[in-house]
Design a binder for this molecule. Structure first.
Ligand code: FAD
Ligand code: DLZ
Ligand code: SF4
Length: 508
Protein backbone atom coordinates (compact mmCIF):
# COMPACT_ATOMS: atom_id res chain seq x y z
CA UNK A 1 0.00 0.00 0.00
CA UNK A 2 1.57 3.29 -1.13
CA UNK A 3 1.24 6.30 1.14
CA UNK A 4 2.33 9.88 0.48
CA UNK A 5 4.32 11.91 3.01
CA UNK A 6 4.10 15.67 2.53
CA UNK A 7 7.16 17.79 3.39
CA UNK A 8 6.55 21.56 3.12
CA UNK A 9 9.12 24.25 2.42
CA UNK A 10 9.42 25.14 6.11
CA UNK A 11 9.59 21.53 7.29
CA UNK A 12 13.15 20.74 6.23
CA UNK A 13 14.10 18.80 9.37
CA UNK A 14 15.38 15.23 9.64
CA UNK A 15 13.27 14.66 12.74
CA UNK A 16 10.00 15.92 11.24
CA UNK A 17 7.06 14.03 12.78
CA UNK A 18 5.78 12.92 9.35
CA UNK A 19 9.21 11.46 8.49
CA UNK A 20 9.45 9.66 11.80
CA UNK A 21 6.10 8.06 11.14
CA UNK A 22 6.87 7.15 7.52
CA UNK A 23 8.19 3.92 6.10
CA UNK A 24 11.24 4.27 3.83
CA UNK A 25 10.46 1.07 1.99
CA UNK A 26 6.90 1.85 0.90
CA UNK A 27 6.09 5.54 1.38
CA UNK A 28 6.72 8.35 -1.10
CA UNK A 29 7.80 11.81 0.02
CA UNK A 30 6.05 14.63 -1.83
CA UNK A 31 7.73 18.02 -2.12
CA UNK A 32 6.49 20.73 -4.48
CA UNK A 33 7.40 24.25 -5.55
CA UNK A 34 3.98 25.75 -6.25
CA UNK A 35 2.52 29.06 -7.37
CA UNK A 36 0.04 29.30 -4.48
CA UNK A 37 2.75 29.14 -1.82
CA UNK A 38 5.05 31.43 -3.77
CA UNK A 39 2.42 34.12 -4.26
CA UNK A 40 -0.16 34.22 -1.44
CA UNK A 41 1.70 37.40 -0.51
CA UNK A 42 4.31 39.04 -2.78
CA UNK A 43 7.27 37.36 -1.07
CA UNK A 44 10.70 38.95 -1.25
CA UNK A 45 12.64 37.23 -4.08
CA UNK A 46 15.40 36.23 -1.62
CA UNK A 47 12.79 34.42 0.51
CA UNK A 48 11.48 32.45 -2.47
CA UNK A 49 15.01 31.59 -3.61
CA UNK A 50 15.97 30.51 -0.10
CA UNK A 51 12.88 28.29 0.18
CA UNK A 52 13.23 26.62 -3.22
CA UNK A 53 17.01 26.09 -2.90
CA UNK A 54 16.69 24.67 0.63
CA UNK A 55 13.82 22.42 -0.52
CA UNK A 56 15.87 21.07 -3.44
CA UNK A 57 18.84 20.34 -1.20
CA UNK A 58 16.66 18.69 1.43
CA UNK A 59 15.06 16.49 -1.24
CA UNK A 60 18.54 15.46 -2.31
CA UNK A 61 19.48 14.73 1.31
CA UNK A 62 16.37 12.56 1.73
CA UNK A 63 17.16 10.62 -1.44
CA UNK A 64 20.71 10.02 -0.25
CA UNK A 65 19.21 8.77 2.99
CA UNK A 66 17.26 6.13 1.08
CA UNK A 67 13.88 7.86 0.76
CA UNK A 68 11.77 7.75 -2.36
CA UNK A 69 11.08 11.42 -3.15
CA UNK A 70 8.85 12.87 -5.84
CA UNK A 71 9.72 16.53 -6.30
CA UNK A 72 7.77 19.05 -8.38
CA UNK A 73 9.80 21.91 -9.76
CA UNK A 74 8.14 25.28 -10.21
CA UNK A 75 8.50 25.14 -14.00
CA UNK A 76 7.20 21.56 -14.38
CA UNK A 77 4.56 21.91 -17.16
CA UNK A 78 2.22 19.59 -15.21
CA UNK A 79 2.58 21.56 -11.96
CA UNK A 80 -0.96 22.10 -10.63
CA UNK A 81 0.09 25.22 -8.68
CA UNK A 82 -1.03 24.16 -5.20
CA UNK A 83 0.03 21.76 -2.46
CA UNK A 84 -3.31 19.96 -2.48
CA UNK A 85 -3.26 19.82 -6.30
CA UNK A 86 0.17 18.19 -6.20
CA UNK A 87 -0.96 15.65 -3.60
CA UNK A 88 -3.96 14.72 -5.76
CA UNK A 89 -1.74 14.42 -8.83
CA UNK A 90 0.84 12.23 -7.04
CA UNK A 91 -1.85 10.11 -5.38
CA UNK A 92 -3.29 9.23 -8.75
CA UNK A 93 0.17 8.74 -10.31
CA UNK A 94 1.29 6.26 -7.61
CA UNK A 95 -2.09 4.82 -6.70
CA UNK A 96 -1.60 6.11 -3.16
CA UNK A 97 -4.37 5.66 -0.66
CA UNK A 98 -3.46 8.20 2.00
CA UNK A 99 -1.31 11.17 2.95
CA UNK A 100 0.47 11.91 6.19
CA UNK A 101 1.72 15.38 7.00
CA UNK A 102 3.08 17.48 9.82
CA UNK A 103 0.82 20.37 10.83
CA UNK A 104 1.61 23.46 8.70
CA UNK A 105 2.43 26.81 10.33
CA UNK A 106 -0.47 28.70 8.75
CA UNK A 107 -4.24 28.26 9.17
CA UNK A 108 -4.66 28.79 5.41
CA UNK A 109 -2.84 25.56 4.64
CA UNK A 110 -4.20 23.68 7.64
CA UNK A 111 -7.73 24.10 6.31
CA UNK A 112 -6.71 23.35 2.71
CA UNK A 113 -5.28 20.00 3.85
CA UNK A 114 -8.23 19.25 6.10
CA UNK A 115 -10.62 19.89 3.18
CA UNK A 116 -8.56 18.00 0.57
CA UNK A 117 -10.43 15.18 -1.21
CA UNK A 118 -7.86 12.69 0.09
CA UNK A 119 -7.48 10.50 3.15
CA UNK A 120 -5.15 12.77 5.11
CA UNK A 121 -3.65 12.31 8.55
CA UNK A 122 -2.06 15.29 10.30
CA UNK A 123 0.63 14.96 12.97
CA UNK A 124 1.71 17.60 15.50
CA UNK A 125 4.71 19.71 14.60
CA UNK A 126 6.89 18.77 17.58
CA UNK A 127 9.96 20.75 16.54
CA UNK A 128 8.99 23.15 19.33
CA UNK A 129 9.52 23.04 23.08
CA UNK A 130 5.87 23.63 23.95
CA UNK A 131 3.07 21.67 22.30
CA UNK A 132 -0.33 23.32 21.76
CA UNK A 133 -1.56 21.41 24.82
CA UNK A 134 1.39 22.66 26.92
CA UNK A 135 0.65 26.25 25.93
CA UNK A 136 -3.09 25.98 26.45
CA UNK A 137 -2.50 24.33 29.82
CA UNK A 138 -0.27 27.24 30.85
CA UNK A 139 -2.71 29.86 29.51
CA UNK A 140 -5.87 28.36 30.97
CA UNK A 141 -7.40 30.44 33.73
CA UNK A 142 -4.81 33.26 33.50
CA UNK A 143 -6.11 36.81 33.20
CA UNK A 144 -3.00 37.95 31.35
CA UNK A 145 -0.74 35.84 29.19
CA UNK A 146 2.57 37.47 30.00
CA UNK A 147 5.55 36.01 28.17
CA UNK A 148 7.87 36.27 31.18
CA UNK A 149 6.00 33.62 33.21
CA UNK A 150 5.70 31.29 30.26
CA UNK A 151 9.43 31.72 29.64
CA UNK A 152 10.29 30.68 33.19
CA UNK A 153 8.35 27.45 32.68
CA UNK A 154 10.30 26.84 29.46
CA UNK A 155 13.58 27.37 31.32
CA UNK A 156 12.53 24.77 33.88
CA UNK A 157 11.35 22.41 31.16
CA UNK A 158 14.57 22.61 29.12
CA UNK A 159 16.93 23.02 32.10
CA UNK A 160 18.66 25.80 30.14
CA UNK A 161 20.59 28.24 32.37
CA UNK A 162 19.28 26.60 35.52
CA UNK A 163 21.17 26.14 38.75
CA UNK A 164 19.07 23.41 40.32
CA UNK A 165 15.61 24.95 40.51
CA UNK A 166 16.99 28.53 40.50
CA UNK A 167 17.88 30.64 37.47
CA UNK A 168 21.58 30.89 36.66
CA UNK A 169 23.08 34.03 38.26
CA UNK A 170 20.03 34.52 40.50
CA UNK A 171 17.81 36.37 38.00
CA UNK A 172 15.49 35.04 35.31
CA UNK A 173 15.87 38.02 33.03
CA UNK A 174 18.84 40.30 32.30
CA UNK A 175 17.00 42.57 29.89
CA UNK A 176 17.86 45.57 32.02
CA UNK A 177 21.52 45.19 30.93
CA UNK A 178 20.56 44.83 27.27
CA UNK A 179 19.54 48.34 26.33
CA UNK A 180 22.80 50.04 25.53
CA UNK A 181 22.63 52.73 22.85
CA UNK A 182 24.48 52.42 19.54
CA UNK A 183 28.24 51.90 20.03
CA UNK A 184 30.88 53.94 18.14
CA UNK A 185 31.60 50.98 15.92
CA UNK A 186 30.51 47.38 15.41
CA UNK A 187 33.37 44.87 15.46
CA UNK A 188 31.35 42.00 13.98
CA UNK A 189 31.18 41.52 10.25
CA UNK A 190 27.65 40.07 10.19
CA UNK A 191 26.36 36.70 9.09
CA UNK A 192 28.43 34.05 7.32
CA UNK A 193 27.83 34.40 3.59
CA UNK A 194 27.73 31.50 1.14
CA UNK A 195 28.59 31.59 -2.56
CA UNK A 196 25.71 30.22 -4.67
CA UNK A 197 26.45 26.63 -5.75
CA UNK A 198 24.90 24.94 -8.79
CA UNK A 199 21.50 24.30 -7.16
CA UNK A 200 21.26 27.83 -5.82
CA UNK A 201 22.32 29.32 -9.17
CA UNK A 202 19.56 27.40 -10.98
CA UNK A 203 16.99 28.60 -8.47
CA UNK A 204 18.19 32.20 -8.71
CA UNK A 205 17.59 32.11 -12.46
CA UNK A 206 14.09 30.70 -11.94
CA UNK A 207 13.21 33.29 -9.31
CA UNK A 208 14.58 36.11 -11.44
CA UNK A 209 12.40 34.99 -14.36
CA UNK A 210 9.20 34.50 -12.35
CA UNK A 211 9.39 36.85 -9.37
CA UNK A 212 11.85 39.49 -10.55
CA UNK A 213 9.30 42.27 -10.19
CA UNK A 214 8.49 41.55 -6.52
CA UNK A 215 9.80 44.07 -3.99
CA UNK A 216 13.33 43.10 -2.94
CA UNK A 217 16.81 42.51 -4.31
CA UNK A 218 17.62 38.95 -5.31
CA UNK A 219 21.36 39.63 -5.61
CA UNK A 220 23.71 39.26 -3.92
CA UNK A 221 22.28 36.00 -2.55
CA UNK A 222 24.32 34.68 0.37
CA UNK A 223 21.94 32.71 2.64
CA UNK A 224 22.79 29.24 3.91
CA UNK A 225 20.56 26.73 2.13
CA UNK A 226 21.26 23.47 3.98
CA UNK A 227 21.78 22.25 7.52
CA UNK A 228 25.57 22.12 7.34
CA UNK A 229 25.83 25.71 6.15
CA UNK A 230 23.28 26.93 8.70
CA UNK A 231 25.28 25.22 11.46
CA UNK A 232 28.55 26.76 10.23
CA UNK A 233 26.84 30.16 10.31
CA UNK A 234 25.61 29.50 13.87
CA UNK A 235 29.09 28.54 15.10
CA UNK A 236 30.54 31.67 13.47
CA UNK A 237 27.93 33.89 15.16
CA UNK A 238 28.28 32.29 18.59
CA UNK A 239 32.01 32.97 18.52
CA UNK A 240 31.91 36.46 17.02
CA UNK A 241 28.45 37.97 17.54
CA UNK A 242 26.93 36.47 20.67
CA UNK A 243 29.28 38.08 23.23
CA UNK A 244 27.92 41.56 22.44
CA UNK A 245 24.41 40.49 21.32
CA UNK A 246 22.91 41.39 24.68
CA UNK A 247 24.52 44.79 25.12
CA UNK A 248 23.44 46.11 21.73
CA UNK A 249 20.29 44.07 21.11
CA UNK A 250 18.14 47.19 20.81
CA UNK A 251 20.65 49.49 19.09
CA UNK A 252 20.43 50.69 15.47
CA UNK A 253 23.08 52.30 13.29
CA UNK A 254 23.25 53.79 9.82
CA UNK A 255 24.50 51.16 7.34
CA UNK A 256 24.82 48.50 10.06
CA UNK A 257 22.20 46.06 8.88
CA UNK A 258 22.95 43.24 11.27
CA UNK A 259 24.58 44.74 14.39
CA UNK A 260 25.26 41.69 16.65
CA UNK A 261 22.07 39.82 15.72
CA UNK A 262 22.13 36.11 14.92
CA UNK A 263 20.25 36.14 11.58
CA UNK A 264 18.97 32.65 12.32
CA UNK A 265 15.20 33.21 12.21
CA UNK A 266 14.99 32.00 8.62
CA UNK A 267 17.04 28.87 9.36
CA UNK A 268 15.09 28.00 12.53
CA UNK A 269 11.72 28.58 10.89
CA UNK A 270 12.54 26.53 7.79
CA UNK A 271 13.79 23.65 9.93
CA UNK A 272 17.49 23.84 9.09
CA UNK A 273 18.36 24.58 12.73
CA UNK A 274 16.75 23.14 15.83
CA UNK A 275 15.79 25.62 18.59
CA UNK A 276 17.08 23.50 21.45
CA UNK A 277 20.37 22.78 19.68
CA UNK A 278 20.85 26.52 19.09
CA UNK A 279 20.15 27.39 22.74
CA UNK A 280 22.42 24.64 24.03
CA UNK A 281 25.24 25.94 21.81
CA UNK A 282 24.77 29.43 23.30
CA UNK A 283 24.63 28.03 26.84
CA UNK A 284 27.90 26.18 26.19
CA UNK A 285 29.54 29.48 25.21
CA UNK A 286 28.43 30.93 28.57
CA UNK A 287 29.67 27.92 30.54
CA UNK A 288 33.07 28.04 28.86
CA UNK A 289 33.38 31.76 29.59
CA UNK A 290 33.13 32.81 25.94
CA UNK A 291 29.93 34.85 26.26
CA UNK A 292 28.43 36.79 29.21
CA UNK A 293 25.21 35.82 30.95
CA UNK A 294 23.23 38.89 29.82
CA UNK A 295 23.89 37.99 26.16
CA UNK A 296 23.19 34.28 26.51
CA UNK A 297 20.09 34.66 28.68
CA UNK A 298 18.76 37.37 26.33
CA UNK A 299 19.27 35.15 23.31
CA UNK A 300 17.80 32.02 24.89
CA UNK A 301 14.78 34.06 26.05
CA UNK A 302 14.06 35.11 22.46
CA UNK A 303 13.93 31.48 21.37
CA UNK A 304 12.41 29.42 24.17
CA UNK A 305 10.44 32.44 25.41
CA UNK A 306 9.19 34.73 22.65
CA UNK A 307 9.32 32.30 19.74
CA UNK A 308 7.40 29.60 21.59
CA UNK A 309 5.02 32.08 23.20
CA UNK A 310 3.93 33.75 19.93
CA UNK A 311 3.35 30.34 18.36
CA UNK A 312 1.14 29.41 21.31
CA UNK A 313 -0.87 32.61 20.84
CA UNK A 314 -1.27 32.08 17.07
CA UNK A 315 -2.75 28.62 17.45
CA UNK A 316 -4.78 29.48 20.53
CA UNK A 317 -6.39 32.56 18.98
CA UNK A 318 -7.47 30.89 15.75
CA UNK A 319 -7.74 31.81 12.06
CA UNK A 320 -9.48 35.18 12.56
CA UNK A 321 -6.50 36.61 14.48
CA UNK A 322 -5.01 38.28 11.40
CA UNK A 323 -8.23 40.22 10.75
CA UNK A 324 -8.34 41.89 14.17
CA UNK A 325 -8.37 45.66 14.29
CA UNK A 326 -9.00 46.78 17.87
CA UNK A 327 -8.15 50.43 17.19
CA UNK A 328 -10.14 50.62 13.92
CA UNK A 329 -7.18 51.80 11.89
CA UNK A 330 -8.00 52.20 8.19
CA UNK A 331 -5.22 54.14 6.46
CA UNK A 332 -3.62 52.39 3.47
CA UNK A 333 -0.02 51.27 3.75
CA UNK A 334 1.97 54.13 2.20
CA UNK A 335 4.17 53.58 -0.84
CA UNK A 336 7.29 54.27 1.20
CA UNK A 337 6.99 50.74 2.65
CA UNK A 338 7.58 49.51 -0.90
CA UNK A 339 10.64 51.68 -1.36
CA UNK A 340 9.22 55.09 -2.32
CA UNK A 341 11.50 57.93 -1.16
CA UNK A 342 11.11 59.28 2.33
CA UNK A 343 12.99 61.95 4.24
CA UNK A 344 12.70 59.92 7.47
CA UNK A 345 16.16 58.40 7.88
CA UNK A 346 15.02 55.69 10.30
CA UNK A 347 12.33 54.49 7.91
CA UNK A 348 14.52 54.67 4.81
CA UNK A 349 17.29 52.71 6.56
CA UNK A 350 14.96 49.96 7.82
CA UNK A 351 13.12 49.64 4.50
CA UNK A 352 16.19 49.88 2.28
CA UNK A 353 17.94 47.06 4.15
CA UNK A 354 14.71 45.05 4.07
CA UNK A 355 14.75 45.44 0.30
CA UNK A 356 18.40 44.44 0.09
CA UNK A 357 18.50 41.56 2.57
CA UNK A 358 14.93 40.45 3.38
CA UNK A 359 16.05 41.25 6.93
CA UNK A 360 15.65 43.89 9.60
CA UNK A 361 16.28 43.27 13.27
CA UNK A 362 13.63 43.28 15.98
CA UNK A 363 13.86 46.90 17.07
CA UNK A 364 13.78 48.12 13.48
CA UNK A 365 10.60 46.05 12.93
CA UNK A 366 8.99 47.05 16.23
CA UNK A 367 10.11 50.60 16.96
CA UNK A 368 10.65 51.98 13.46
CA UNK A 369 8.38 50.48 10.77
CA UNK A 370 5.88 49.04 13.29
CA UNK A 371 5.81 52.14 15.49
CA UNK A 372 5.27 54.35 12.44
CA UNK A 373 2.40 52.21 11.12
CA UNK A 374 0.67 52.26 14.51
CA UNK A 375 1.11 56.00 15.02
CA UNK A 376 -0.10 56.73 11.48
CA UNK A 377 -3.14 54.45 11.89
CA UNK A 378 -2.42 52.01 9.06
CA UNK A 379 -4.85 49.13 8.66
CA UNK A 380 -3.29 46.19 10.58
CA UNK A 381 -4.14 43.61 7.89
CA UNK A 382 -2.06 45.56 5.38
CA UNK A 383 0.80 45.90 7.86
CA UNK A 384 0.60 42.15 8.51
CA UNK A 385 0.76 41.30 4.80
CA UNK A 386 3.78 43.53 4.38
CA UNK A 387 5.75 41.84 7.17
CA UNK A 388 4.70 38.41 5.92
CA UNK A 389 5.97 39.26 2.43
CA UNK A 390 9.24 41.05 2.99
CA UNK A 391 11.17 39.02 5.58
CA UNK A 392 12.92 35.75 4.82
CA UNK A 393 11.94 34.40 8.25
CA UNK A 394 8.22 35.24 7.87
CA UNK A 395 5.54 32.58 8.33
CA UNK A 396 2.18 33.49 9.74
CA UNK A 397 2.51 31.55 13.03
CA UNK A 398 5.40 33.79 14.10
CA UNK A 399 4.82 36.95 12.06
CA UNK A 400 1.11 37.54 12.84
CA UNK A 401 1.34 37.63 16.66
CA UNK A 402 4.35 39.92 16.39
CA UNK A 403 2.60 42.27 13.95
CA UNK A 404 -1.08 42.11 14.84
CA UNK A 405 -0.44 41.67 18.56
CA UNK A 406 2.89 43.03 19.71
CA UNK A 407 3.39 45.77 17.16
CA UNK A 408 -0.09 47.02 16.14
CA UNK A 409 -2.07 46.32 19.35
CA UNK A 410 -4.79 45.08 16.98
CA UNK A 411 -5.59 42.11 19.25
CA UNK A 412 -6.58 44.49 22.05
CA UNK A 413 -3.68 43.66 24.35
CA UNK A 414 -3.37 39.88 24.41
CA UNK A 415 0.37 40.14 23.81
CA UNK A 416 1.29 43.71 24.71
CA UNK A 417 0.09 45.29 27.94
CA UNK A 418 0.41 48.69 26.29
CA UNK A 419 1.01 49.79 22.71
CA UNK A 420 4.63 49.95 21.55
CA UNK A 421 4.58 53.60 20.53
CA UNK A 422 7.25 56.21 20.99
CA UNK A 423 8.14 59.68 19.83
CA UNK A 424 11.42 60.31 18.02
CA UNK A 425 13.20 60.37 21.40
CA UNK A 426 13.42 56.59 21.62
CA UNK A 427 14.91 56.30 18.13
CA UNK A 428 17.33 59.14 18.87
CA UNK A 429 18.46 57.36 22.05
CA UNK A 430 18.89 53.91 20.51
CA UNK A 431 20.34 54.86 17.11
CA UNK A 432 22.47 57.33 15.22
CA UNK A 433 19.76 57.77 12.56
CA UNK A 434 18.54 61.17 13.67
CA UNK A 435 21.98 62.75 13.23
CA UNK A 436 21.67 62.47 9.45
CA UNK A 437 17.90 62.91 9.09
CA UNK A 438 16.21 65.76 7.21
CA UNK A 439 13.85 66.12 10.17
CA UNK A 440 14.94 67.41 13.57
CA UNK A 441 14.20 65.09 16.45
CA UNK A 442 14.49 67.99 18.93
CA UNK A 443 11.73 69.97 17.14
CA UNK A 444 8.36 69.18 18.63
CA UNK A 445 6.36 71.24 16.11
CA UNK A 446 7.01 73.15 12.90
CA UNK A 447 8.02 72.22 9.36
CA UNK A 448 11.16 70.30 10.36
CA UNK A 449 9.75 68.50 13.41
CA UNK A 450 10.33 64.74 13.52
CA UNK A 451 7.01 63.19 12.38
CA UNK A 452 7.19 60.63 15.19
CA UNK A 453 6.98 63.52 17.68
CA UNK A 454 3.65 64.89 16.46
CA UNK A 455 2.16 61.53 15.46
CA UNK A 456 2.85 60.18 18.93
CA UNK A 457 0.53 62.73 20.54
CA UNK A 458 -1.97 62.36 17.72
CA UNK A 459 -2.15 58.62 18.47
CA UNK A 460 -2.56 59.12 22.22
CA UNK A 461 -5.26 61.74 21.88
CA UNK A 462 -7.29 59.92 19.25
CA UNK A 463 -7.26 56.75 21.41
CA UNK A 464 -7.67 58.45 24.77
CA UNK A 465 -10.89 56.55 25.54
CA UNK A 466 -9.09 53.32 24.93
CA UNK A 467 -5.92 53.91 26.92
CA UNK A 468 -6.49 56.57 29.56
CA UNK A 469 -7.31 53.95 32.18
CA UNK A 470 -4.25 51.86 31.38
CA UNK A 471 -2.01 52.26 34.47
CA UNK A 472 1.11 52.05 32.30
CA UNK A 473 0.00 55.04 30.24
CA UNK A 474 -1.20 57.46 32.90
CA UNK A 475 2.14 59.28 32.91
CA UNK A 476 1.90 60.00 29.16
CA UNK A 477 -1.60 61.45 29.45
CA UNK A 478 -0.54 63.50 32.48
CA UNK A 479 2.32 65.00 30.43
CA UNK A 480 -0.11 65.85 27.61
CA UNK A 481 -2.59 67.41 30.01
CA UNK A 482 0.11 69.64 31.52
CA UNK A 483 0.93 71.14 28.12
CA UNK A 484 -0.53 74.55 27.25
CA UNK A 485 -3.67 74.28 25.12
CA UNK A 486 -2.24 76.34 22.24
CA UNK A 487 0.80 74.04 22.09
CA UNK A 488 -1.44 70.99 22.02
CA UNK A 489 -3.49 72.53 19.21
CA UNK A 490 -0.37 73.14 17.12
CA UNK A 491 0.86 69.54 17.64
CA UNK A 492 -2.45 68.06 16.49
CA UNK A 493 -2.73 70.48 13.55
CA UNK A 494 0.86 69.64 12.49
CA UNK A 495 0.15 65.91 12.74
CA UNK A 496 -3.04 66.23 10.67
CA UNK A 497 -1.23 68.27 8.03
CA UNK A 498 1.61 65.74 7.91
CA UNK A 499 -0.82 62.82 7.53
CA UNK A 500 -2.59 64.79 4.80
CA UNK A 501 0.70 65.03 2.88
CA UNK A 502 1.28 61.31 3.41
CA UNK A 503 -2.19 60.53 2.03
CA UNK A 504 -1.68 62.78 -0.98
CA UNK A 505 1.42 60.82 -1.92
CA UNK A 506 3.83 63.70 -1.24
CA UNK A 507 7.38 62.76 -0.35
CA UNK A 508 7.40 62.94 3.44
P1 FAD B 1 17.90 37.67 16.92
O1 FAD B 1 17.60 39.06 17.37
O2 FAD B 1 19.31 37.33 16.80
O3 FAD B 1 17.15 36.66 17.91
C1 FAD B 1 17.36 35.26 17.83
C2 FAD B 1 16.10 34.50 17.53
O4 FAD B 1 15.14 34.68 18.54
C3 FAD B 1 15.38 34.88 16.26
O5 FAD B 1 15.97 34.31 15.12
C4 FAD B 1 13.99 34.33 16.51
O6 FAD B 1 13.91 32.97 16.19
C5 FAD B 1 13.84 34.50 18.01
N1 FAD B 1 13.04 35.70 18.27
C6 FAD B 1 13.47 36.91 18.68
N2 FAD B 1 12.44 37.74 18.90
C7 FAD B 1 11.33 37.05 18.59
C8 FAD B 1 9.94 37.37 18.59
N3 FAD B 1 9.48 38.56 18.96
N4 FAD B 1 9.09 36.42 18.18
C9 FAD B 1 9.53 35.20 17.78
N5 FAD B 1 10.82 34.84 17.77
C10 FAD B 1 11.70 35.76 18.19
N6 FAD B 1 10.30 36.72 13.70
C11 FAD B 1 10.26 35.71 12.82
O7 FAD B 1 10.93 34.70 13.00
N7 FAD B 1 9.44 35.75 11.72
C12 FAD B 1 8.67 36.84 11.47
O8 FAD B 1 7.97 36.87 10.47
C13 FAD B 1 8.71 37.94 12.37
N8 FAD B 1 7.97 39.05 12.16
C14 FAD B 1 8.03 40.09 13.03
C15 FAD B 1 7.21 41.21 12.82
C16 FAD B 1 7.24 42.26 13.70
C17 FAD B 1 6.35 43.45 13.48
C18 FAD B 1 8.10 42.22 14.81
C19 FAD B 1 8.14 43.36 15.79
C20 FAD B 1 8.91 41.13 15.05
C21 FAD B 1 8.88 40.04 14.17
N9 FAD B 1 9.67 38.89 14.38
C22 FAD B 1 9.58 37.84 13.50
C23 FAD B 1 10.49 38.75 15.59
C24 FAD B 1 11.96 39.22 15.44
O9 FAD B 1 11.97 40.54 14.96
C25 FAD B 1 12.76 38.31 14.52
O10 FAD B 1 12.66 36.97 14.98
C26 FAD B 1 14.23 38.66 14.50
O11 FAD B 1 14.39 40.00 14.13
C27 FAD B 1 14.97 37.74 13.53
O12 FAD B 1 16.29 38.14 13.40
P2 FAD B 1 17.49 37.32 14.04
O13 FAD B 1 17.43 35.92 13.61
O14 FAD B 1 18.74 38.10 13.75
O15 FAD B 1 17.11 37.41 15.57
C1 DLZ C 1 7.32 30.21 1.76
C2 DLZ C 1 7.13 29.10 0.77
C3 DLZ C 1 7.29 29.35 -0.58
C4 DLZ C 1 7.72 30.69 -1.09
N1 DLZ C 1 7.09 28.39 -1.50
C5 DLZ C 1 6.77 27.14 -1.08
C6 DLZ C 1 6.54 26.09 -2.02
O1 DLZ C 1 6.56 26.29 -3.22
N2 DLZ C 1 6.26 24.86 -1.53
C7 DLZ C 1 6.18 24.60 -0.20
O2 DLZ C 1 5.96 23.45 0.17
N3 DLZ C 1 6.36 25.58 0.69
C8 DLZ C 1 6.64 26.83 0.30
N4 DLZ C 1 6.79 27.84 1.20
C9 DLZ C 1 6.54 27.53 2.62
C10 DLZ C 1 5.03 27.43 2.89
O3 DLZ C 1 4.40 28.63 2.48
C11 DLZ C 1 4.77 27.10 4.36
O4 DLZ C 1 4.97 25.74 4.52
C12 DLZ C 1 3.37 27.44 4.80
O5 DLZ C 1 3.14 28.79 4.73
C13 DLZ C 1 3.09 26.93 6.22
O6 DLZ C 1 3.94 27.54 7.16
FE1 SF4 D 1 13.35 59.05 12.43
FE2 SF4 D 1 12.55 61.37 13.50
FE3 SF4 D 1 15.01 60.53 13.93
FE4 SF4 D 1 14.31 61.36 11.50
S1 SF4 D 1 14.41 62.58 13.35
S2 SF4 D 1 15.50 59.52 12.00
S3 SF4 D 1 12.20 60.66 11.40
S4 SF4 D 1 13.15 59.52 14.60
Amino acid sequence: MVRLVLVLGDQLSDNLSALRKADKKTDIIVMAEVQDEASYVPHHPKKIAFTFAAMRKFAQRLRTGGWNVTYTRFDDPDNTGSIVGELIRRASEYGATGVIYTEPGEWRLISALADAPLKTHGLPDDRFIASHQDFDGWAEGRKQLRMEYFYRDMRRKTDLLMDGDKPEGGKWNYDHDNRKPAPDEVDFNGPMRFEPDEIVTDVLRLVEDNFGSNFGDLHPFWFATDQAQARAHLVHWIKNGLPKFGDFQDAMMVDQKFMYHAIIGLYLNAGLLDPLEVCQAAEKAYKSGDAPLNAVEGFIRQIIGWREYVRGIYFREGPDYTARNELNHTRDLPALYWGADTKMKCMSQAIQQTKEEAYAHHIQRLMVTGNFALLAGIEPAQVHEWYLAVYADAYEWVEAPNTIGMSQFADGGIIASKPYVSSGNYIAKMSDYCKSCAYKVKDKTGPDACPFNVLYWHFLTRHRDHFSNNPRMGQMYATWDRMAQDKRDVIIADADAWLGRLDSGDMV
